[in-house]
Ligand binder design. Sequence first.
Ligand SMILES: [Zn+2]
Length: 208
Amino acid sequence: MLAPYRLTAVARQLRSPEMAAAEILSRPRQPQPSGWPIMREADQVRFAGGRNVTLPAGKGTYVLILHLPEYRRLGIGSLGWCDFSAGHYAYVGSAAAPGGLAARLRHHARPAPNPRWHIDFFRQAADIERIWYGLGDASREHEWAGILADMRSYAPAVPSFGASDCQCPTHLFRAVQRPALAGFARRAKKRFPHDDPVRALTIRGNIF
Ligand SMILES: [Zn+2]
């Protein structure tokens, strides 16, 4: 995975994001700067309806940016029937198990055949467009949910969604406008200045 600033630099030199994506995919693998986690071929996964991406190695916290193309009433496990208007959503989770982010994101890569978590039920109808993540052994999922709750561009979607085991009002938010990494990353950096920066994986749509 090239660093985000490299992607931006490459994209600027080309006429279209699609050409930029093709260029990046056809490039030989660059050596990783020292201090970066080593990426292995085994950590590649193709998301349903999206790109083949290299998954981050290590534990961490993540936000799934999802798109629901049309209004749906969905059964969300223990929460029962819930109404979802069309649009973008942000779901916060973390991966502290030995498989780390790679194992968890691999789980989210396609709709689960046996939905278990609340997000698995929503994922049956929604596509993942972006993944924001920060590496680190300490889970920040509740604090990140708090950051989204404080932002005017997000509204709580369903009470207690993904929050069965914590005190957060919810871990799923509806985006009032198209979710942008910069505003969220800036707030996360302010709250946890020593954490790894929040990065983005593009799963569907144009690379930005
Ligand atoms: Zn929580």
